[in-house]
Design a protein around this ligand. Structure first.
Ligand code: GLU
Length: 492
């Protein structure tokens, strides 16, 4: 199976484009076929090298590697033009000398044709005297070349939608060579697909109306007609076509937070279903199970929560060493800080990542959480403060007692837990009365992994230091209750 992805570099790699690329790539990989990348850059004014680069980088990030290409459509303009001339010579096309006014009139009349294509240009061409078109062309009179759409209908068995049929009388005699001689999109695609021996064209539903034109052109040129499949659009939650209004549509915008394997997993499920309720899948499983038959016929909704959830699932199961380097690259602190913190605590960093990743849904958030365990200021969440530091004098007393108790403690989760529970018993309070304020002191937050793991991974010095700072903050707030809100940030 030879398939292709043929993006136009007039924009970044869009979520929909990435999905099209992925589906084609999956077909190639599971059939031992060939995945061809063709950059359709013939619209020079709107195409740019930066966009081409962005597309290449996006595909690379997703792990969608290519077997052939990138080929650039603009390199084959000569061949496209020759094909247009061949159609003209073979009687499959005609010269159209319509004036701009005539064309404007045709367009205005289209409404009255009730959906049928206009044949006005064809009629004007037919009205010319024999040999007149050639004479005027030789005299360099500007004109376009139009494809002569034959009678009848055009049918194909769509790999997604099943039997498709278009009446040819609904298809305009499309321009294949513009007045400046340049070939148009449909002609270029047909030539390039034939040249690359593509046998399956899988692309978005938005190309459905191009397909009968491309089939007719391929036949007229004597090219083999590939199979076609059209994947339904990706929709926003409101059921409308996915656009920037719904959130980021540029794949690059997800790179900071999302793992490529989660993105690929998510894109695969956008319009395809494995047939059971399995959702979290590695690439090799997707490659094995992907099938055209299970591409859904209706549009699928881009659900950002599901993407975050899938990301969390992949974060929890991926290789720790790789996760470590991804997280380090996203940390505000220099990676050396993490290394220094890990010194004389073998396995510290991996253990911490493993502890934190079970509740993480984004790489960025995970990096921020990891940072909490490194030396540096933490901010107290106002909500956590309101909830767990309400009775400040008492909280201060408890934390002070805790600090003294923990100071002499062996720094491991079990002895730390014993020390805290003993103290709670002595104070005749539930352990939660110590744990919740302590959590705010250590992390600034109301939720965290188990508090004894938090203490352990922070280490003795940092833990005691943070409790000390919490006590300072509480004392400051105590002395000047009228100043500002309670402990919005740690003191400088
Ligand atoms: N270049 C076209 C696009 O970006 C795709 C052409 C095709 O897949 O046939 O939408």
């Amino acid at each position: 199976m030879r398939v292709r992805f043929a993006p136009s570099p007039t924009g970044f790699l869009h979520v929909g484009g990435a999905r099209t690329a992925l589906f084609n790539w999956l077909l190639a990989r599971q059939s031992g076929g060939t995945f061809v990348l063709r950059i359709e850059d013939t619209d020079r004014a709107r195409s740019s090298e930066a966009m081409t680069d962005a597309i290449l980088r996006g595909l690379e990030w997703l792990g969608i590697d290519r077997d052939e290409g990138p080929f650039f459509q603009s390199n084959r303009v000569g061949e496209h033009t020759a094909a247009g001339r061949k159609l003209l010579a073979g009687g499959h096309a005609y010269r159209d000398f319509s004036t701009p006014e005539e064309l404007a009139r045709d367009r205005a009349n289209i409404a009255s044709l009730a959906g049928e294509a206009t044949r006005a240009a064809r009629r004007r061409a037919e009205a010319l005297a024999p040999g007149e078109a050639e004479e005027r062309a030789e005299a360099r009179e500007p004109h376009a070349v139009r494809f002569l759409v034959p009678e009848g209908s055009t049918e194909w068995e769509d790999a997604v939608h099943g039997p498709m049929r278009f009446r040819n009388r609904d298809i305009d005699d499309l321009v294949i060579l513009r007045a400046d001689g340049s070939p148009t999109y449909n002609l270029a695609v047909v030539c390039d697909d034939a040249h690359a021996r593509i046998d399956m064209v899988l692309r978005g539903d938005d190309h459905l109306s191009n397909t009968p034109k491309q089939i007719l052109l391929a036949r007229a040129l004597g090219f083999p007609v590939p199979r076609f499949g059209h994947v339904p659009l990706i929709l926003g939650r409101d059921g409308k076509r996915l656009s920037k209004r719904h959130g980021a549509t540029d794949i690059a915008e997800y790179r900071r937070d999302i793992l490529p394997e989660a993105m690929v997993n998510f894109l695969a499920l956008l319009g395809w279903s494995p047939g059971d309720d399995r959702e979290v899948m590695e690439l090799d499983e997707i490659v094995r199970r992907f099938s055209l038959k299970r591409i859904l016929r209706k549009g699928s909704v881009f659900d950002a929560d599901k993407l975050a959830w899938l990301n969390g699932r992949h974060l929890s199961r991926m290789d720790l060493a790789r996760l470590g380097s991804l997280v380090t690259a996203r940390m505000a602190q220099l990676p050396q800080t993490a290394e220094a913190a890990a010194q004389d605590r073998p396995g510290w960093y991996d253990g911490l990542l493993d502890l934190l990743r079970t509740r993480a849904r984004s790489l960025d958030a995970l990096a921020r959480n990891v940072s909490l365990y490194l030396p540096g200021e933490i901010a107290y969440e106002p909500k956590a403060v309101r909830k767990h530091w309400k009775r400040r004098a008492q909280v201060g007393e408890y934390l002070d007692a805790l600090r003294r108790r923990l100071e002499g403690c062996e720094w491991h989760p079990e002895p730390l837990e014993r020390a805290l529970r003993d103290l709670a018993e002595e104070l005749e309070v539930g352990a939660g009365r110590l744990i919740h304020p302590l959590r705010v002191a250590l992390t600034g937050q109301a939720v965290s992994p188990g508090i004894f793991d938090v203490l352990y991974y922070l280490g003795r010095d940092l833990s005691l230091d943070r409790i000390g700072r919490a006590l300072e903050t509480l004392a400051v707030e105590e002395a000047m209750p009228q100043v500002g809100s309670v402990g919005r940030t740690a003191p400088a």
